[in-house]
Design a protein around this ligand. Structure first.
Ligand code: ADP
Ligand code: MG
Length: 346
């Protein structure tokens, strides 16, 4: 309980402030526990190997809209957003549990479609469904998945391991999922106004797919391993580059400098952003749901990183923890701020 009498609203704290506030009095005494709250997954040791645990809750109307989300894709996405957190620790996902709360407006066939997507994700990423829970819901569909992974102790990469002058790297491209969502939302409005009009998404297939069916970057971990690189710090991008970058800085007790001109942005993202009269760097910085990997490596590994396809160097870690800067194309540095998916502030 809060000691002051003032009633705090959730929006006073924001998502991360709320988590800190609610969990600050929980101390950790278990000797096997290496990392509790505060990274992409919790880690506990079983001797040489470690077990990792992460969970994500997807809520209808908040995380997905059933008007434009195919149920099979929803099942697939619910799994892979969790696997992404395991990959972000440089670990291998092994098992998942699936819990659903569903209203009786859903048919068995509809739930089968969700499970089809879950199965495809399980097969693609070699994970096994080992349990869950099923209950009813008065309002909407809820899907909660927990993923359990494994890694050797010394191979696990935390948010806290970045070193000063490390290169900041990101896989793939940024902002596509957010622009895909904007497009789907626009087409939803058109459809609701006139249900005879079919959605017009041609030319934007890539960004729509990034929103509906994201791919966690197991392939990047493989490439890094083959190149003999183990990142110093890593996080996956679920809330937007700025937000995740600030987590890396905070946990590693460092600052950073990120260059706008280095942000990897897909052509379709640029076109969609222009159509919505947005600067394409905005969804790249704050869009979220990219599920790309953001990681740091020592400067000495620049040449090796340069040779790996689909990785961009976007900046570096700064020794001053209060110096977290974004350098726009005009060269005038501004402070890096997170807007992200901090939905509770809205
Ligand atoms: P991610 O974006 O990687 O899924 P989150 O931002 O959701 O991570 O969570 C950050 C950290 O806070 C994680 O360690 C997570 O387990 C923990 N966390 C989130 N919500 C709660 C909660 N309600 N109670 C306890 N821990 C939580
Ligand atoms: Mg994460």
């Amino acid at each position: 309980m809060s000691k002051s009498n003032k009633i705090l609203s959730i929006s006073d704290l924001g998502e991360f402030g709320l988590i800190d506030h609610l969990t600050k009095d929980f101390s950790i005494s278990d000797k096997q526990l290496i990392k509790g709250i505060g990274d992409d997954a919790a880690v506990f040791s079983n001797g040489d190997t470690c077990t990792l645990v992460t969970t994500d809750l997807l809520v209808e109307g908040i995380h997905f809209n059933l008007i434009y989300t195919p149920l099979k894709h929803l099942g697939y996405k619910s799994v892979v957003v969790n696997l992404s957190d395991i990959f972000a620790m440089n670990a291998i996902p092994k098992y998942i549990t699936v819990s659903i709360a569903v209203s009786n407006k859903f048919s068995v066939q509809a739930l089968e479609q969700i499970y089809e997507g879950i199965k495809i994700a399980c097969e693609r990423f070699d994970v096994e469904l080992i349990g869950g829970d099923t209950t009813s819901s008065l309002s909407g569909l809820f899907i909660n998945i927990m993923a359990i992974g494994q890694a050797k102790k010394d191979e696990i990469v935390y948010r806290s391991g970045a070193k000063k002058n490390d290169l900041v790297c990101v896989s793939g491209d940024l902002g596509a999922s957010y622009m895909g969502l904007q497009l789907l939302e626009r087409e939803k409005e058109v459809f609701l106004a006139d249900t005879s009009i079919q959605p017009e998404l041609s030319g934007y297939e890539y960004i729509v797919e990034r929103q509906l069916k994201p791919e966690p970057r197991r392939d990047i971990l493989k490439k890094l391993k083959e190149a003999g690189i183990q990142p110093n710090a890593m996080i996956d991008i679920s809330d937007g580059l700025s937000s995740e970058m600030l987590h890396l800085c905070k946990n590693s007790n460092l600052g950073c400098v990120i260059y706008e001109e280095k942000l990897p942005i897909h052509q379709q993202t640029i076109l969609a952003a222009e159509m919505f009269r947005l600067d394409p760097s905005l969804p790249a910085l704050n869009g979220g749901e990219d599920y790309e990997l953001l990681f740091t490596v020592p400067l000495s590994q620049k040449e090796i990183i340069d040779k790996i396809h689909d990785i961009s160097i976007i900046g570096y870690m700064h020794e001053n923890k209060d110096y977290k800067m974004f350098v726009p194309r005009n060269g005038v540095e501004i402070e890096l701020r997170a807007q992200g998916w901090n939905a509770m502030r809205e």
